[in-house]
Design a protein around this ligand. Structure first.
Ligand code: F6P
Length: 551
């Protein structure tokens, strides 16, 4: 199978690769090497171990690596056929082998005139057709030409979706709020929990509200339940006028038949394609709420950012390639230092939901335990991604990163300029970024603590071991373009990880079992008579308890 070969040769198992074996030996030698030593031995390390591309600057010098480590990791990338995999993805090969699909989120931001073939059809013109339809719609809503059933312009937009049909739109809206139309309200409903919908609409005037039902499949339980509830809510507010629905509901989906069945005119449907994975879809029509908020020009600027990072990833030599370096570094810690997690720490309030967005991107992609060939892996794959914006995290979980027993590689993300200058705030914020990475790397020795006059009994508590690795990512300021670049950076980093681990980063069978069981349990919770329960004793008992309490 093409996706598993490197220049025609069948790929070796990861642990059988020469580079992997060499890394194993090298990792032993590196386990005790302190960042203090690495910096002391090379006065230029902090300037040397940096890369800048498309306005994104990465300082990776505070990682527990030497030139030899990097060489071996780059060898591993070569031996894993990364170059060939990148070409396969960009050219539309069906590398999502379990779903027999191409993986072409990069086509969503390909400029007009590009040719990318899937099943002998160039997909790029279709992408631009949808973008133009979105832009025309967004303009009409934003300038008040699109009115609701009673003639009022739309002021409120509620996106109904979950997973990739929610997390990207939520994150992009929050991240780019500075650029948004402030006299419009944007809400996001994802959870099937009644409260999510109730709170989202409780203060909204239905006559001024537009629902975007966003679902790739248009069959997802949570989204369809919320969409039906929204429809009933709207109908009630419009006095039961079914004809009003068309003015207050649009759909984003790949499934025209289901959209029609739901009662949304397919003229008001914005399509995308099966070669766009849910967690890779925020720059497709799934981004309609984003475009409504920030306008078509800013949305295009975001796409340009995505594309710039795509081109960097596709063409830059691996040793200067941001996603390649960051992907390889995360493999280094996951597999050779037994790191279980990666903390993403944006020092930019607008990026508050960025870690939550990355959780689906990274963990739904690489939370896999079998290889493309269906063999159980004998190494660790996808780490747990998590994080919070600085400086809040510093007053909560950073204690564990500094002095706990676990190694937690961190990505610090910050900007030279704030979008809301208030006195000295920004200098203080950035001082904290640099202070944290310095403290993590260099710590504070016993001698230093003693020299401060600390009583002996307190010394061990005040020692910072240091040697905690981090990346520092800097950019000019948070713009739509930079957001596109950052998201694409992580998308491609995930791709690099998946390539090394030889997993399919583009399916998500792991979410199926729970979904199927919930479908079985729903009628058991709702049936009038006593249902015959055939689960394990715990699940049976929980179902009975719920039924008793529900009354
Ligand atoms: O959680 C599984 C999943 O399929 C995600 O991959 C996807 O983003 C989400 O559900 C929502 O799916 P849909 O857009 O089809 O409603």
């Amino acid at each position: 199978m093409a996706a598993e070969t490197n220049a025609g040769k069948r790929l070796k198992s990861l642990t059988g690769m020469d580079a992997w074996k060499a890394l194993k030996v090298h990792a032993k030698a590196m386990s005790d090497v302190h960042l203090r030593t690495l910096f002391a031995e090379d006065a230029k390390r902090g300037e040397r171990m940096t890369v800048e591309a498309e306005g994104i600057f990465l300082d990776y010098s505070k990682n527990r690596v030497t030139d030899e480590t990097l060489k071996l990791l780059l060898d591993l990338a070569e031996e894993s056929g990364l170059r060939r995999r990148i070409d396969a993805m960009f050219s539309g090969e069906k590398i999502n082998i379990t779903e027999k699909r191409a993986v072409l989120h990069t086509a969503l931001r390909a400029p007009k005139g590009t040719t990318i073939m899937v099943d002998r059809k160039n997909v790029v013109p279709g992408v631009h057709e949808v973008l133009e339809k979105m832009a025309a719609f967004a303009e009409r809503v934003r300038n008040g030409a699109w009115v609701g059933f009673t003639g009022k312009p739309i002021k409120n937009v509620v996106n109904i979706g979950i997973g990739g049909s929610d997390l990207g739109p939520v994150m992009a809206y929050e991240a780019l709020k500075h650029y948004s139309k402030r006299d419009m309200v944007f809400r996001f409903v994802s959870n099937v929990d009644d409260t999510d919908f109730a709170e989202a609409v409780h203060d909204l005037d239905a006559e001024e509200t537009l629902f975007i039902v966003s679902s790739k499949t248009f069959t997802t339980l949570e989204t369809m339940t919320n969409a039906h509830t929204a429809r009933a809510w709207m109908l009630e507010k419009l006095g039961g006028h079914e004809s009003g629905i068309a003015k207050h509901f649009v759909a984003v989906s790949t499934n025209a038949a289901e959209v029609e069945k739901f009662g949304i005119d397919t003229a008001n449907m914005f399509g995308f394609w099966d070669w766009v994975g849910g967690r890779y879809s925020m720059d497709s029509a799934i981004g309609l709420s984003t475009m409504l908020a920030i306008g078509p020009d800013n949305f295009r600027a975001m796409l340009a950012g995505f594309h710039a990072m795509d081109e960097h990833f596709r063409t830059a030599p691996f040793e200067k390639n941001l996603p390649v370096l960051m992907g390889l570094l995360s493999v280094w810690y996951t597999d050779f230092f037994d790191a279980q997690t990666v903390a993403v720490l944006p020092y930019e309030q607008y990026l508050k939901p960025f870690p939550a967005y990355l959780q689906q991107l990274t963990m739904e992609s690489n939370g896999k335990h079998v290889t493309l060939r269906g063999k159980q892996v004998n190494y660790s794959t996808g780490p747990i991604y998590w994080g919070e914006p600085g400086t809040n995290g510093q007053h909560s979980f950073y204690q564990l990163i500094h002095q706990g027993t676990r190694l937690i590689p961190c990505d610090f993300i910050a900007f030279y300029h704030t979008l809301n200058k208030l006195g000295r705030h920004h200098d203080m914020l950035i001082a904290n970024v640099f202070a944290q990475t310095e403290a993590l790397a260099f710590g504070k020795t016993e001698e230093q603590v003693k020299a401060e006059g600390t009583p002996d009994w307190l010394v061990p508590h005040r020692v910072f071991e240091g040697n905690r690795p981090s990346n520092t990512i800097l950019a000019e300021k948070l713009t739509p373009k930079v957001l596109g670049e950052l998201v694409a950076l992580y998308e491609h980093l995930v791709f690099v990880q998946g390539t090394i681990w030889q997993v399919n980063s583009f399916d998500q069978w792991g979410v199926e079992l729970g979904k199927a069981l919930a479908q079985k349990i729903i009628p058991e919770l709702e049936s009038a008579g006593d249902p015959e329960l055939k689960h394990d004793s715990s699940t049976n008992h929980l179902i009975r308890l719920y039924r008793e309490h529900k009354g």
